[in-house]
Design a binder for this molecule. Sequence first.
Ligand code: CA
Length: 323
Amino acid sequence: MQSTGNIRFGKLLLLFAVVLLLAGCSDPITNGDDTEVKYYIRDYNYASGRMYDLGRTQDNWEGPEYDFEPGDSVTALKIFIYNGAHYWEDSLNVTVAQFWVNPSDTTEFPQESQQTAVIEVTSDRYEYHPTEHWVLFSTTNAGTQLEIGVFMIVDKGDGSTDTVGNISEEPYQLRLIKMKRPNPSMVTWKYMWRNVYYLHSTNFDRNTLDIKVCKGLVGTEGDEGNPDNKNGVRYINIMGLDRYNMAGEPFPDGLVDVNTRIIDPERGLLIFPNRRPFDPDTSYAEVELNDTVPEIYDTNNPQDILQKSMYYMEVRYSPQGFY
Ligand SMILES: [Ca+2]
């Protein structure tokens, strides 16, 4: 009877955990006079579908060929998303496109190719970085759950110009950056940035922002026994969130470097400098993160991720107008 009870309890815990996973994050807690907001974000609860690489780079692909080399600059970009609701309509207005990992060699990666109707994403719905070769959408996946592809012109570092894809006739030939149901065996799986977290507001003063990374299992967020450091070195230091002091000198001061690129206050995003912050290949301090959570990056099984989750962030800030 004892064991049956334990199994039932275990199932209940798992169910609770899955509900937590779906909910993603704790509700913000405000103190009495609304001058500070505090909440927790689990390690796995990154902002899915906000940032993507625009092709194979040294950050997401083992080579030997890459779509981008350092020095390449994107000079024109058009982005298209699935518009399948109109695919079967007998309408002249439907644009059809074929997505490929590599539009200039369509024999590669046939499992990551798809033909659909598409619609162009207007340029006010994203930003891209010409020389770092990524795009940032203002909404998750630019509003689609299915394919995303790009056409672009790239000035190569060697002086030549590369046209990626073809939109002069249908079907358009586009470079795939997101497949409809991504799985870890796909080339494009790693294009998505899993080191970006939404801070649940775009309405905060970045100078009041305080972020800790703590080690603790799901459900223990806020327990005082959960450490924010390993051997006395803070996780924010190990993970590269705290590398400078207030004067901008390269000495960690125990505070996340809120005035650097890791915080995007306009969009309310925290962007870790490492693409796998909870399974890093490097440390920004002399201590390495040995207890890692590769499942966050390498599987799409939510139960597995939840059971392995080991860290969370404690975020505090003052809403605008209350400081
Ligand atoms: Ca700092």
